[in-house]
Design a protein around this ligand. Structure first.
Ligand SMILES: CC(C)(COP(=O)(O)OP(=O)(O)OC[C@H]1O[C@@H](n2cnc3c(N)ncnc32)[C@H](O)[C@@H]1OP(=O)(O)O)[C@@H](O)C(=O)NCCC(=O)NCCS
Length: 258
């Protein structure tokens, strides 16, 4: 499978399409020793299934881009904050990924930039919007959110949550980046804008950000840092993995972008 410099590929899985005993029987040997130890530590089947499916997804998808490496032969490294990447010894060309899980969904983003971040969240759960947003969002984001009609607040809350997670995951630093150090705003119906405060040295022009349509009850955000400012036109393609050996192309509807 080819991945051009201006492409991002998204690979989706619905966990309910898969059966844990069958996965264990056919794919448990794909896990590394560390991954298997983590699998065995989990007490609940739902955690085991999410872990195993996530690893199967990453390994099988990466082998689509480099068929010389079998899925179970991929080795991974992690940065100090836990972001996984392909072992440099196996990197024949720039190939990077980031995965997110929530509820029934898993989504894997693949790009040729190391700074790729994806976040999916199940957004049906009511949240203490006012309390969480004043604590975790920037003052501006929280004020704009709380000024919205009450029935729109939960949707904006999850929109911000996924976008903020996508950015910190793309940077690879997780919650080591204080979430108040950058802000999103949503001019018009299709745009989104990121701003950094003085405590965070970053440039909005380096970033491409998207909010994508996904099944009802979920929000999905994607962030990518680009060294090449002229590469403004990224193409996003998506696939649904429906079976261990079957994938189908699905729409990548962009709701908003930077
Ligand atoms: C770990 C973190 C990077 C993402 O957590 P999350 O949103 O709960 O989880 P997701 O399912 O989206 O992502 C988990 C995956 O991200 C990857 N990941 C782990 N650390 C990462 C990092 N520093 N940077 C990027 N990706 C990372 C891993 O592949 C992990 O999956 P795996 O453990 O199965 O391999 C971090 O941002 C975090 O702990 N977030 C907590 C959520 C939260 O409270 N957010 C507040 C928003 S208001």
């Amino acid at each position: 499978m080819n991945l051009k410099e201006n492409e991002i590929h998204l690979w989706h899985i619905d966990q309910s399409d898969f059966d844990l005993p069958e996965l264990q029987e056919n794919r448990l040997d794909w896990l590394s020793k560390t991954e298997l130890a983590r699998f065995n530590r989990y007490l609940f089947d739902r955690h085991r299934k999410q872990l195993l499916l996530g690893k199967i997804l990453v390994r099988s998808v990466l082998s689509r881009y480099d068929e010389t490496v079998q899925p179970k032969d991929w080795n991974f490294t992690q940065n100090d904050y836990g972001k996984p990447a392909i072992d440099p010894a196996q990197q024949k060309r720039p190939l990077f990924f980031n995965i997110s899980h929530s509820g029934d969904k898993l989504v894997l983003a693949v790009a040729s930039s190391e700074f790729i971040g994806v976040d999916i969240e199940q957004c049906c759960k009511p949240r203490r919007v006012s309390k969480i947003s004043s604590r975790y969002f920037s003052t501006k984001e929280a004020a704009e959110l709380l000024a919205m009609p009450e029935q729109s607040q939960l949707s904006r809350f999850y929109q911000l949550w996924t976008l903020k997670e996508a950015y910190i995951k793309a940077c690879g630093l997780g919650l080591a980046i204080p979430l108040q150090h950058f802000s999103y705003s949503f001019p018009g119906n299709e745009r989104l804008v990121i701003e950094f405060n003085t405590a965070r040295e970053d440039d909005p022009k380096s970033w491409q950000l998207w909010q994508l349509s996904v099944n009802k009850g979920y929000k999905l955000a994607l962030a990518l840092k680009t060294s090449n400012a002229s590469a403004q036109n990224y193409n996003i393609s998506s696939w649904q993995v429906t079976d261990l050996n079957e994938v189908k192309r699905i729409d990548s509807t962009i709701l908003r972008k930077s």
